[in-house]
Ligand binder design. Sequence first.
Ligand code: RB5
Length: 148
Amino acid sequence: MIALGCDHGGYAIKEAVKKYLEENSIEFKDFGCYSEESVDYPIYAKKVAQAVASGECEKGILCCGTGIGISIAANKVKGIRAAVVTNEFCAEMTRRHNDANILAMGGRVISEDQAVKFTKIFLETPFEGGRHTNRVNMITDIESEYCK
Ligand code: RB5
């Protein structure tokens, strides 16, 4: 199950991603927003981040104008690794090395086609594990003795 969320600036690319998921029979839950009316992106970041952190959803996709604000907000939830992606290489590497569990994108930065392309890569690329596992665990426990 994929959690989707956006603000008004990311609404169009979220809808494009949603269409791709529907066409490919990939289950999703759309946490809003549902139009281009101005809203506050932290609300949608929190809904999606909590759905992923709790295990209700396996991964999340968040879209705002730049992808930046909504990812900063999502990363405040423990266990979330939200990555802003603007090219195919980063979409792949943030899965391979960071085990990113939320893909963040900007509707004022990339096209709908790019958003779909990055989504496909993000959902299909596995985490490499190995030497990256400890680093990812250090992110989760960044305020503990584990990361020093
Ligand atoms: C909304 O105007 C805009 O600030 C928001 O979509 C996002 O780009 C914030 O980072």
